[in-house]
Design a binder for this molecule. Sequence first.
Ligand code: KG4
Ligand code: ZN
Length: 341
Amino acid sequence: MILGIESSCDDSSFALMSDDFSLVRYAKITQENDHAKYGGVVPELAARLHTAAIPNLVSEFRNDFDKIDAIAVTNEPGLSVSLISGLSAAKALSIAINRPLIGVNHLIGHIYSLFLDREIALPLGVLLVSGGHTMVLNINERGKIEVLCSTSDDSFGESFDKVAKMLGFDYPGGALIDKLAQNGENEFEFTIPLRGEKRLEYSFSGLKNQVRTTIEKLKSSANSDVNSLSEKLVANIAASFQNTAITHILDKLKIIFDRCEFRRFGVVGGASANSLLRKKLMKLCLERDCELLCAPLEFCSDNAAMIARAGLAKLKNSRFSDIDELKINPRCSLNGAFLDL
Ligand code: KG4
Ligand code: ZN
């Protein structure tokens, strides 16, 4: 049995998973409402809220501590002040109950969200779309990760959050843009980023600025503020933005599929819950005779179940971390890293 601890951004979460991958206990305390009015995660507030939430999670899980064989904790990448909260708690617990520690990379955790209740299947292509990252990965049969494409500016999820903010909505706005877009039309036909360029790179900041200028023009012509834009107009802005962002994702994926001929492809991260993205990926995978894997909706966003699952793979290979050497690493590259099989 392994205890997973996640605190890399604005969610504090614990999960207890047994070696047959069943989730014995799971809890998550999210800070979304606390950051909502600031338009993004405020690091100091996040740190303070993790410090308040983690002792509550410890109380909730303490009756199971004697069944735990190891503690898996996210130590990279993420917000340093948030990572520190979880890692400090994990170290204290490791000493208190005398169990070994296992450091887990948060992004590798997201990959394991595809295999929460089963053995990993490789080779695998992965699209990782979250608030902090946008990348396409090729993972070979030995578990070696190659980063094929990443973003040069904003991430996919972040661009949804920023557009939501421009429209006057709270953070995080991705799920709301998804919902609004379902009643909207592609009225604005924004320019698709890097279209026609063979370069494997994503970029969302130009699109974000196009949306900003459009909203400003609409506001000045109506001589009003964003709150008085009609519901239809807001839905059409959401739909036009979402369509363009997802077409951009798919443009580059098609080039990558031509090169890699994936037989299995997964989509992970908070923004992988997006309904249009899932629909378009399903179509692409069907055309390319490729199996599409998606994480359960509850485990697309940050959670400790995926950290426990990744930790279990490391536990099976006895890949423990030294308590004195395990440090936080806010930024790190996945290129060349290995999954534990
Ligand atoms: O993986 P995650 O929970 O946290 C990070 O590691 O960043 O991802 C959160 C991101 C936020 O930017 C949020 O707006 C976005 O995922 N998101 C969505 C949707 N649901 C969450 N973006 C687009 N469509 C959605 N349905
Ligand atoms: Zn994440």
